[in-house]
Design a protein around this ligand. Structure first.
Ligand code: SF4
Length: 326
């Protein structure tokens, strides 16, 4: 049976948090069993919005690799590499840019959204406008047919599919149209109830040890209407409750019933949750602590991954150059 090929990229902008772990990394570990997977740390993408301060970039690359590997991404089962180590991505991006209409890039919803949101940064740049095309190059360099995405990233993938159709029509049918593999992402808010994000300071790092997990859970916002332990609670407005849905799906109804009946206090409820998160993350924390002592091993994995990736990307680029007569 021929396995499909997956491309998944992640920006090295910071260490990953629990939301990233449950929303993406868990899925990567599963997919490596079923598909031929290329997992890339997309450092050039990090530059499209963060070109002014790159001091942390190399450290962030290593952190993402550590987070992936400690969670079970296995370089024996998939290809793990850094985007900028495979220069073919840049060449393909350039070649695709020759026939991609500007309007296609300008109408990607996140383009205008981020221009509005990231007002503190000057991202009126050529690189930022072109990042969805760089993403297309990342996918097409491996002729990946399957791309795990959340709903919000569907327009990016649609752009890649349009680029494929245009290339195959203008030159030769070189690329398959990549298909979205929609991932069901469990909803995990930050400890203040907003979306979990490092920039809000409301995240729990994936690499957090037991003490940090305890501190973060202590700070979680609960039902504000509950003053006494015996007051009936409302799990639907409680951040702790949202975590229970993810970390104790089989027991969540019982906890919610106790909350509504006022038979469990928020302190006890949080303590139980701390234990659940600590237990679930313990093997990852342990592996990470060991791997952290071996940065050279990580660098070696990334180097070997780039060699394997380059072999595939170079073959694609040969075909592309031939088709375009360059
Ligand atoms: Fe939230 Fe638990 Fe308190 Fe209910 S008992 S409000 S679920 S922390």
């Amino acid at each position: 049976m021929v396995r499909g090929r997956v491309l998944n990229g992640m920006r090295p902008t910071s260490k990953l948090h629990l939301g990233n772990y449950l929303g993406s990394v868990v899925n990567m570990v599963k997919l490596q069993e079923e598909y031929e997977c290329f997992y890339t740390i997309v450092d050039w993408h990090a530059l499209t919005t963060g070109y002014e301060d790159t001091a942390q970039l190399q450290e962030n690359i290593l952190d993402i690799a550590l987070d992936w590997l400690s969670a079970g991404v296995d370089p024996e089962k998939c290809v793990v590499f850094v985007q900028s180590h495979v220069k073919e991505h840049a060449e393909l991006h350039l070649l695709l840019s020759m026939f991609t209409p500007l309007g296609w890039l300008e109408r990607v919803p996140t383009y205008k959204e981020q221009l509005r949101e990231l007002k503190d940064r000057n991202i009126h740049t050529y690189g930022f406008l072109g990042y969805p095309l760089l993403m297309a190059a990342d996918i097409l360099a491996y002729k990946a047919d399957t791309v795990p995405v959340g709903e919000d990233q569907l327009p990016h993938l649609e752009l890649s599919r349009e680029v494929v159709r245009r290339f195959n029509h203008l030159f030769q049918p070189v690329f398959p149209e990549p298909q979205a593999k929609l991932t069901r992402v469990p909803m995990l808010p930050g400890i203040d109830g907003r979306k979990m994000s490092k920039s809000y300071g409301n995240h729990i790092p994936m690499s957090a040890g037991p003490n940090t997990i305890r501190e973060k859970v202590q700070l979680m916002v609960t039902d504000p209407a509950r003053v006494k332990k015996t007051d009936p609670g409302h799990p639907e407005v409680c951040t702790v409750a949202a975590f229970y849905k993810v970390f104790l799906p089989e027991g969540v109804d019982e906890v919610f019933a106790q909350c509504r009946a006022g038979s469990i206090g928020c302190v006890a409820c949080k303590e139980q949750l701390m234990d659940l998160i600590i237990e679930r993350m313990a093997p990852i924390y342990k592996r990470r602590s060991e791997l952290e002592k071996e940065p050279d091993t990580i660098r070696d994995i990334l180097k070997k991954g780039a060699e394997r990736a380059r072999e595939v990307a170079a073959t694609t680029l040969d075909e592309v150059r031939r088709a375009m007569n360059v």
